[in-house]
Write a protein that binds this ligand. Structure first.
Ligand code: GLA
Length: 381
């Protein structure tokens, strides 16, 4: 080949390659739009993941929050099935700011008793924000941080990767914790969340997502007519401040037995102490198949819309919460969010694990990597 021809061939190949890249980006790329400014003036964005079956999932890098999940019903009609807001103000201004709507929760999801724990022989005191306990990572948990966002390609197409560095001492926790959360949506209507964390000092970690689901559509009156199955023979009973007593009890013969699908509202008002303490369901269920992403951990069905939500997770527990603290004062993108108009399935390690040697450990040691995966699969029947 003569040099000028070789050059021509090379540049031709380069053009084809670039064109290929551009098309790949066009078909797969994430849509990004402004989502407003945080109270301290930071610009945040809303990212939309879509798939070939028409589903769309919107996530903001403010708190890594899922704001919208458009899922099909039995007539192929798409509705938003999670409680959210149209701009960042909904998440930063009261009353919406206290509900953890759609957020990534950390550094320690759920409660730490009296804001105290011991690690490597040292006692740590972290700020309390729910009576005498710490809830969901404290006053400024991961739900209120601005995360770095980038588009990455995953096996299933495009994904949104969020990153946050929680500095040594933030909210009282030891170690610089590097957290990556990747959201991806595949063509089988599965929203997958992969969590990774590393630390430079021993610390404790419990990460989850706090989406509120209503399969009939966000803003629909109640989830009490929806059915749920929880693959959990046991749960961790709580005291009056919702801290586990340390017991791991059988669900058999109690209104917490969801091993067979049950209508959520059918026993919620039963005269059962744990339901009184939780003001409904607000309990950590001990999953029967921890670590196994092929076994369903939870399954919710809504007869009206035909929608089904299945949850798969590598985590050992799931907090099933029936929106008992929602009180109708919050107006979001789906209307008014009333008591028990949504449910959460927060896949997690058990609440207050650092204070219970019999619970799976939430310690992350310097140099180790924490991984967990949760999949929310949407279907119809
Ligand atoms: C979790 C808790 C609940 C409540 C919500 C947020 O689900 O277990 O008690 O704090 O978060 O309102």
């Amino acid at each position: 080949m003569k040099p000028n021809l070789r050059l021509l061939a090379l540049s031709g190949a380069l053009m084809l390659f670039t064109a290929g890249l551009v098309t790949a980006q066009k078909t797969d790329s994430l849509h990004r739009q402004p989502f407003g400014k945080t109270p301290d003036g930071q610009e945040v964005y809303l990212y939309t993941l879509t798939n070939k079956s028409g589903m769309a999932v919107k996530i903001t890098n403010f708190g890594g929050r899922v704001t919208t999940i458009m899922a099909p019903d039995h007539n192929h009609k798409l509705d938003n099935v999670v409680l959210g807001f149209d701009s960042v103000e909904g998440y930063t201004v009261k009353p919406g700011s206290s509900g953890y709507f759609g957020a990534i929760i950390g550094r320690y999801a759920n409660r730490l008793a009296k804001g105290t724990f011991t690690l490597d022989g040292q006692t740590y005191h972290v700020p309390t924000n729910e009576g005498r306990n710490m809830l969901h990572g404290g006053r400024q948990g991961f739900d209120s941080k601005v995360w770095d966002a980038k588009e990455v390609s995953s096996e299933d197409g495009t994904a949104l990767e969020l990153h946050y560095l929680s500095k040594d001492g933030e909210e009282g926790f030891p170690g610089n914790l590097n957290v990556t959360v990747r959201y991806s949506l595949d063509n089988r209507n599965r929203l997958r969340i992969d969590y990774t964390a590393t630390t430079d000092k021993d610390t404790v970690v419990n990460l989850t997502n706090h989406s509120y689901f209503n399969l009939e559509g966000a803003g629909s009156e109640t989830i009490l007519n929806e059915k749920i199955m929880l693959a959990a023979d046991r749960y961790t009973p709580v005291d009056s401040t919702l801290i586990p007593t340390g017991a791991i009890d059988s669900v058999a013969g109690t209104p917490l037995d969801f091993r067979e699908p049950m209508v959520i509202g059918s026993r919620i008002e039963d005269n059962f102490e744990q339901l009184k303490l939780g003001k409904g369901y607000d309990h950590n269920f001990v999953l029967n198949h921890p670590g196994d992403l092929t076994k369903v951990a939870a399954r919710v069905t809504d007869a009206k819309s035909g929608r089904v939500l299945e949850v798969f997770t590598t985590q050992p527990g799931v907090q099933f919460y029936t929106g008992n603290f929602l009180d109708g004062t919050v107006h979001g993108n789906g209307g008014v969010y009333r008591r028990r108009s949504a449910l959460c399935l927060e896949t997690q390690h058990f609440p207050d694990s650092p204070n219970h040697a019999n619970f799976p450990s939430t310690e992350l040691h310097a140099g180790e990597t924490f991984h967990s995966t949760t999949i929310y699969r949407f279907a119809v029947e």
